[in-house]
Design a protein. Structure first.
Ligand SMILES: [Zn+2]
Ligand SMILES: [Zn+2]
Length: 191
C-alpha cells in the first residue's frame, strides 16, 4: 500500500528524491495524527499550509488532496520543512516539522530510505501551528484593469493615480520594505 502510494507520488513529481520523501512522510504522519484515512480529500475539509515550495509539496498534494487548484493548499514561505494540517469541521490541527538530518551522515539514497521508513518521532516534531486556519477560498467579482484591459478578482486590484489597476500594472511603493509573511497576532493564535 505504502509502496504504491510512493510510486504515485514519484510519477506525479517526475523523479524519486529525498525531498519528495519528506513531504510523503509528513503527509502520512499528519493525516494519521488527525485520524484521517489515507485518501485524498474531495473538497476543502482538510487544509495544508506548507512552509516551503520544495519537492515534498508534490507528495503532499497527491496523498492529502490538498491542492493549489482547490485552494486548500497554501504557502507560508518561511522555507522551513514544516507542513501544517487543519480539519475545518473539528478545528483539529497538527504541524509536522522535520528534525535536522546531518548532511554528511548519510548518502542521498540512505537519506531517502531513512525518511520513508524511519520512526516518526525521530524524523519529525509534532506540534500545533502558530497561525490560524486560513479562511475558505472565496469568490470575488472580476474587475477590468484600466491600463492593460485584463480582468482580475477585485481583491487583487489597486488604485493608482485614480485608476483601478491590476497587480502587473501597479507600481508598488514599498521603498525596500518587504514582509513575506505577516506574523500572526496574539489573538489569532490558537492554543
Ligand atoms: Zn525532487
Ligand atoms: Zn493591468
Amino acid at each position: 500500500m505504502k509502496e504504491t502510494l510512493w510510486e504515485r507520488c514519484v510519477a506525479f513529481h517526475g523523479h524519486s528524491c529525498p525531498g519528495l520523501a519528506i513531504g510523503f512522510r509528513a503527509a502520512l504522519e499528519g493525516m494519521s495524527a488527525l485520524g484521517l484515512p489515507l485518501q485524498p480529500v474531495q473538497d476543502e475539509e482538510l487544509v495544508c499550509v506548507s512552509e516551503n515550495d520544495a519537492c515534498g509539496v508534490d507528495a503532499v498534494q497527491v496523498l492529502t488532496g490538498c491542492t493549489l487548484g482547490k485552494g486548500n493548499l497554501l504557502l507560508r514561505p518561511t522555507g522551513k520543512m514544516a507542513f501544517s494540517f487543519f480539519l475545518r469541521e473539528s478545528g483539529r490541527s497538527v504541524r509536522v516539522l522535520l528534525r535536522p538530518i546531518p548532511r554528511d551522515a548519510m548518502t542521498r539514497e540512505e537519506r531517502r530510505l531513512y525518511l520513508l521508513h524511519g520512526p516518526p518521532q525521530e524524523l519529525f516534531v509534532f506540534g500545533k501551528p502558530a497561525f490560524p486556519l486560513p479562511e475558505r477560498a472565496r469568490l470575488f467579482e472580476s474587475r477590468v484593469c484600466e491600463l492593460c484591459g485584463e480582468s482580475a478578482p477585485e481583491h487583487n486590484m489597486r488604485l493608482q493615480n485614480g485608476k483601478l489597476v491590476c497587480l502587473d500594472c501597479f507600481q508598488d511603493y514599498t521603498r525596500g520594505w518587504f514582509t513575506p509573511v505577516r506574523p500572526a497576532t496574539k489573538g489569532e493564535l490558537r492554543s
